[in-house]
Structure formats: C-alpha cells, structure tokens
Design a protein around this ligand. Structure first.
Ligand SMILES: [Zn+2]
Length: 474
C-alpha cells in the first residue's frame, strides 16, 4: 500500500529543497531533501515487516545458546549479504545457556487450584517432586524486610501491579521484583519466589524474563504467575487462612555456548571509519517467537540501513547495523561489542537502538553533547509529519548500546508507543500476528532519517558530557 504524508507537505519539502532560506538551518537543503525523500520512501511502504516475518517464521524462538540462536545468526548473515550490505560478519560472543524444563504449579490449601506459571530466566530448579510451602504476599521490599523471620521457609509472592503507559514507564517498578526479588527473598531464607508477571494483559499467559541472583545468597527457585493466577492467589490470601502452593521447575543452566553479534555496513563515502550504529537484538525469549521482542527492531534497523544503502549519494559516515546476541539473558553481546570495539568507540558518531516492539514511533530520546540539539530539532521537524517529532532528553538508548555510555558515544533511542507492548512482552503470545506493518514503516522512516542525518552532517554530534555518562543496570 502506498502512503504519502500529504501532497502539500511534499510540495513544501520540494520547495524548501530548492529555496531553503532559513539562515539558522544546520542541515543543507540537499541533506534535508534527502532526509525527506527517505522518510517518504519508508512511509510509503517498507520491507521492515518482511525482515521481521522472515526471522519470526524461519527461525522462531532464539534463546541465547539454543539451536534457534545459531539459526538466527545464520539467517542474519545470509539476509545482510543478500541485501548488499558490506563487511558482513559474525563477531563471536560466549553466551550463558539456560534451558526451561517442566513447569507446573498448584494451590494446595485452603482450596485446590491449578496455577499457570513459568520459570524466570536463570532460575534454579525446585527439588524433585516440587517445592511446597505457605505463601506470604508482599508488594514492596520494605514490607518483606520488616518481617525477616516470617519469610524463612516460605514462598514469597511479590504481587505488584504494572501500570499501562504510552512510554512504558510502568515496567521499571514492576520488573524490579523479577530482577532482584529472588535474591532479596533468598537472603531472608525464603524457600522460593512467585511474582505477578510484569505485564499489562489479563491473559492466562505468564511473562518470563531474567532474574539476577546474588552470589553470596542461596539461589531459590523463582517463577512468574500469569496475571489471572496472581489475582486468584491474592483473593485466596485475603480470606485470611494459610495459603499453600506447590510448584515444580526442572530448568537448568548448561555450559556457555558460542553465539555472535551480526554486523553489516553501508560504507560512508567520505569518513568510512566514523560509525553511526543501528542496533537491535537477534536473540529472544523461548515462550513465543520473539516477533515484537525483537524481530521488529531487527526489521526496522535492517530496513533503515538498506534504504540508506540504496541512495544515489551515500552519507559521509558508515552506517553499521549490529544485531546483538544475548540481550535477554545476560547482555553478553553488548558487553563484547563495547570491549572489542573500545579502540573504535571515539569514532562512533552515534548509536540508536530499536527494541520496543511494533508501536508507532513518537520520537527520539537522546543523550549527547549540546551541539546535538539544533540538529535533532531539525530531524524532529522532518519526523513530525509522521507523528514522530518528539524529543525526549536523557535515557540509555537501549540495553545493547547502553554500555557505550562510558565512552561518551552519543546515544539515541527510538521511542515508540509502548501502551500495548507489555501485553505480549516475554510471553507465548509474542508472535508475528501482533506486528503492525504500517507502524514499522513509520519507525523505519524515523530511524532512517535519524541515521542518515547523523551520518551526513559535516560536524559530528559532541560526545556525552562526563557528568551524564552513567551506566544503566538492567
Ligand atoms: Zn528486547
């Protein structure tokens, strides 16, 4: 389907290319004209959803170190080569391997009820035959830590409701319990942990995701309940009688395996060793097929770079697509990239990441030196015609590129409408039917315009000021 912003704005854009008169403009009329053409081309219908579909349908789930992960690396290499990218390569990364096994649960008192749950990534198994104990419910660490002895030998149930928000801001407070709940409860002698899934749906599908144990504390088994099951447990606890649960997990850690960051480039015409990095992650969780998280992002960055590669005059700097390994269960790909490219990071002019699913783009988050703002303001103006003209100061850009902050690499994040993202995130429902191709076209347009301008402006963005180089922990 062909779409166009509007005949009027195209005509205006053409006029502004010919007669650009604004003396304050930083972008040359030619650069601006090329950026507008890129936007129009992507907006009229891009192949972003095709790449996402191919990764989703031909590979499917691709948890780090699994057979699917290896197939994803092969798929990415073949796809980038076939689309004419230069310097296509797989940079090896050692990744942790964890396998899900059987996962079952039930309430055993005061009534019998089946529970739908899934192991948190990295969880240890329960004892054979399952773990059965009384459940204690908390919605904060303060409440749990106020009763340290009560927790001993119990199953701690973190029941924190996640708020739906366009900017996804409900995720942080809810996911905190997934990340560190098992370590904090383990420290007090709990036998196991159940969390209310960090999600905004009411499907009977639990949301998985990584938990981080503390090496100094016993590791206890940890699982996420689907939201309807968390609410059942909550109602039973409100009856005031002891509630007992039994759950069984047979998940396990295996020795590290080899995976890779897959890279392809559109080589710059004038400064080929200066890099504008477009990132997404190739791995996914195992329950669904990783369509939103993050085949969508892979599709967006591959397509944005491919469109730039088709331009008659390539941008000054190199546009580098990096499809990172192991974002979900350890960030090994992000850490390896930052380490192995350390000498090259001073020549990274910008990095942007797409890892927010299929929501329509709202604009760009940014953390860079002061000279970035006037250029971004002009980019935002170009993107406002497709509803993506907002600028959000701050942020880490995305988990995979966030490690580049310490080198001061200017970091940008594609901000998308996340109001429905957490209905599907990390569940069996993260499948290709949720993808909205038109929204991916818009996201591709925004990414392509940003990447092109960042790769073309004569002056690169200034590095992140020293006081804003803070590493985000995931
Ligand atoms: Zn992701």
């Amino acid at each position: 389907m062909k779409r166009s912003v509007s005949a009027v704005s195209c005509a205006l854009a053409a006029l502004s290319t010919l007669f650009a008169a604004d003396p304050r403009a930083i972008l040359s009329p030619e650069t601006r004209g090329s950026a507008v053409r890129l936007r129009e081309q992507a907006f009229a219908g891009s192949r972003a959803a095709d790449w996402a579909r191919a990764l989703n349908d031909q590979v499917g789930p691709r948890l780090a170190g699994s057979p699917g992960d290896r197939e994803a690396v092969a798929w990415a290499l073949a796809t980038l080569k076939a689309q004419g990218f230069a310097n296509v390569r797989a940079e090896k990364v050692k990744v942790p391997v964890w396998q899900r096994g059987i996962e079952t649960g039930e309430v055993t008192a005061p009534y019998s009820q089946k529970l739908t749950l899934t192991a948190l990534g990295g969880s240890v198994a329960t004892p054979e035959g399952g773990l059965e104990a009384e459940v204690l419910e908390f919605d904060s660490y303060e409440a749990m830590e106020a009763k340290p002895t009560a927790v001993q030998g119990k199953i701690v149930f973190f029941n924190k409701k996640m708020k739906r928000a366009v900017d996804g801001s409900g995720y942080g407070p809810a996911v905190a319990f997934r990340g560190s709940g098992p370590a904090r409860a383990g420290k007090l002698g709990a036998a196991g942990v159940l969390i209310r899934s960090a999600g905004t749906d009411n499907e009977r599908l639990p949301h998985t995701g990584m938990t981080r144990y503390d090496a100094a504390v016993p590791k206890i088994p940890a699982a996420a309940l689907s939201i309807p099951d968390a609410e059942l447990l909550e109602r039973l606890i409100q009856l005031g009688k002891p509630v007992r649960v039994r759950f069984t997990l047979t998940c396990r850690a295996l020795p590290e395996a080899e995976s890779a960051n897959v890279i392809g480039e559109i080589v710059g015409r004038e400064k080929p060793d200066e890099i504008v990095l477009l990132g997404a992650h190739l791995d996914s969780w195992d329950l669904g097929t990783g369509a939103l998280d993050d085949a969508a992002g892979c599709g967006i960055v591959i397509e944005a770079a491919r469109l730039i590669g088709q331009m008659r005059v390539k941008p000054r700097r190199t546009v580098r697509v990096v499809l990172f390994a192991n974002e979900e269960s350890g960030l090994a790909g992000a850490i390896a990239y930052a380490k192995e490219h350390a000498a090259e990071l001073p020549r990274h002019a910008a990095a942007i990441e797409a890892d927010s699913g299929t929501g329509r783009p709202l604009g760009l988050a940014w953390n860079a030196g002061p000279n970035a703002l006037p250029v971004l303001t002009e980019i935002a103006e170009i993107l406002s015609d497709i509803g993506a003209g907002e600028l959000f100061p701050g942020g880490h850009g995305g988990a995979d590129i966030s490690r580049l902050v310490t080198a001061g690499v200017p970091l940008f994040g594609l901000q998308q409408d996340a109001s429905r993202y957490f209905d599907y995130h990390h569940t069996a429902n993260d499948t290709f039917d949720k993808i909205e191709p038109e929204a991916l076209d818009r996201a591709t347009a925004a990414t392509a315009v940003f990447a092109y301008v960042a790769a073309e402006t004569p002056e690169p963005f200034e590095k992140i000021p020293a006081h804003k180089r803070k590493l985000t922990q995931f």
